[in-house]
Design a protein around this ligand. Structure first.
Ligand code: ZN
Length: 393
C-alpha cells in the first residue's frame, strides 16, 4: 500500500497505515458514486492514479447500462496482465476450457471492458480466440458454425437470443460444436432456469463469471454448479450489512479490495452485489469461499411488491421456465411512495396468454405480479447487459 499512499491523490486522503486486520477494517468504504464524482470534478480520469499517465496502456469504461455516466478505468501493462492471468489460471480452467478450444466472443468490443480481458486470457491459455465484434446476430451464428467454435462467451440473455436466431435460419445450436458456454454481465448463468434453457439450447455446459470494470475478475462457477467461487488469492473480500459493518451471517453486500491493480486500485469497494458466503468445502476441490447461488441481485435493483422485497433474478428464474417468453422487463412505477410493478413480456407464437406465467410467479414469489404483453421487438435488447428493471414516472 506504500506507493499508493505516497503518490495517489484519491487514496492519500483516505488511507492510513495498515498493520493488521483491525486497521484495514477501519479504512473507509468506497462507493461508485464517489468515483464518478471524482472523475466529474477532475476530468477525464479522476485522481485515482498512482503513476504518471504515461505508465497506463489501456482505457476501458463501465457499460452505462444503468443509465449512469460511464466510469473510466485505466490499466497499466502489469494490471492488464493480472486480468489475463486470472482468466487463464482460474476462470477458464474452472469451466474446463483448454488450449484446444476455439472461443467465440459474441461481444461488440467497444470501450466497455466486458470480454476484452477474457479474449486476452484465451490467448494466454493457448486457445483460439475469435472476435464476434461488428457482426449482426446472424453473422455471429454463421461464423460460430463455420469456424467450429467450441466455447461461446456472451451475456446469458444474448446466448438465448443467438439460439433463437440460429433456429430462425435453420441451424440447430444443439447440433453444433459448442460444448461450453461462459457468461458474465448478468446473473443468469447462476439462475437455474436460465442455465437450463441455455444448456438445452446448445447441448452444452453453462458457467458463470463475475467481474466489474473497476474491480477486475472476481469469481467463477464450478462443476458443483451451486454458486460462485470468489478468487481469494487476488482480492480481499468482505461482506457488510446495512450499517456497513461485517455481516454476522456472511449475508449482505460484497466489498472487494483488488491486489493486482496498483495503478488504479480499489480498496474496500462496495460492489453493490448482494451475496451469501459459505465456507463449506466444495466437491470441485476449490479452496475458495463460495457465493451461494451466485450474485443474488444488485442492492439497487431490489423492488417491493405489497411489502415483499424481490430481486430481478427471482423473477427471471420463473420467466425462463416459460420458453414462449422471448424477452422481459420489470417496469417499476413510483406512485405515492410505493412501487407499482408490472412484468412486460414479449411472447413468441400465436398464444399470448399469460395466465400460467402469472400463476407460477404468484406461487414462487408469494405476491401477484401483473403481466402485460408488449409487441415483439419493443423491449430493449443488447449484447451487453440486459436491463431488467425499468423505472418509469
Ligand atoms: Zn466448487
Amino acid at each position: 500500500m506504500a506507493p499508493v499512499l505516497r503518490s495517489n491523490p484519491f487514496w492519500r486522503g483516505r488511507l492510513s497505515d495498515v498493520r493488521g486486520w483491525d486497521d484495514f477494517e477501519r479504512l473507509p468504504l468506497t462507493t461508485k458514486s464517489e468515483l464518478l464524482a471524482d472523475q466529474d470534478a477532475n476530468p477525464p480520469f479522476g485522481t485515482n492514479l498512482t503513476y504518471p499517465l504515461d505508465r497506463y496502456v489501456r482505457l476501458h469504461q463501465t457499460s452505462g447500462s444503468s443509465g449512469a455516466q460511464p466510469l473510466r478505468w485505466l490499466d497499466t501493462a502489469e494490471s492488464w496482465d493480472w486480468w489475463l492471468r486470472i482468466w487463464a489460471e482460474h476462470v477458464f480452467p474452472a469451466a474446463g476450457v483448454t488450449a484446444t478450444d476455439r472461443l467465440f466472443f459474441a461481444f461488440s468490443f467497444g470501450p466497455f471492458v466486458g470480454f476484452w480481458s477474457a479474449f486476452g486470457g484465451a490467448e494466454r491459455l493457448g486457445a483460439l480466440a475469435i472476435s464476434g465484434g461488428g457482426m449482426t446476430s446472424e453473422q455471429r451464428v454463421r461464423t460460430m458454425a463455420e469456424l467450429g467454435a467450441t466455447v461461446l462467451l456472451s451475456t446469458p440473455t444474448y446466448a438465448l437470443r443467438l439460439a433463437d436466431v440460429a433456429r430462425g435460419i435453420g441451424l440447430d445450436p444443439a447440433e453444433g460444436k459448442i460444448r461450453i458456454t461462459l457468461h458474465a454481465g448478468e446473473p443468469g448463468a447462476s439462475i437455474p432456469a436460465t442455465r437450463s434453457a441455455i444448456e438445452t439450447a446448445y447441448a452444452a455446459q453453462c458457467f458463470d463469471h463475475t467481474g466489474m470494470t473497476e474491480v477486475g475478475p472476481t469469481g467463477h462457477s464450478c462443476s458443483q454448479r451451486d454458486g460462485i467461487h470468489a478468487i481469494e488469492p487476488e482480492f480481499i473480500f468482505e461482506v457488510i450489512d446495512e450499517s456497513g459493518h461485517a455481516a454476522s451471517e456472511g449475508e449482505g453486500e460484497l466489498v472487494a479490495t483488488n491486489l493486482g491493480r496498483w495503478g488504479m486500485p480499489l480498496i474496500r469497494y462496495r460492489t453493490g452485489d448482494r451475496v451469501a458466503l459459505s465456507r463449506e468445502p466444495c466437491s470441485c476441490g476449490s479452496p475458495y469461499v463460495k457465493l451461494v447461488g451466485g450474485i443474488r441481485g444488485r442492492v439497487d435493483d431490489m423492488f417491493t411488491v405489497r411489502g415483499v422485497n424481490l430481486y430481478p433474478s427471482q423473477v427471471e428464474d420463473i420467466v425462463r421456465r416459460h420458453p414462449r417468453v422471448t424477452e422481459f422487463v420489470i417496469e417499476r412505477r413510483r406512485v405515492r411512495q410505493m412501487d407499482e410493478v408490472a412484468l412486460l413480456v414479449e411472447i413468441g407464437g400465436p398464444d399470448s396468454s399469460t395466465e400460467r406465467l402469472e400463476a407460477d410467479l404468484r406461487q414462487a414469489l408469494g405476491v401477484r405480479l401483473e403481466c402485460r404483453v408488449v409487441p415483439a421487438g419493443t423491449l430493449p435488447r443488447s449484447d451487453l447487459k440486459a436491463t431488467r428493471v425499468m423505472s418509469v414516472s
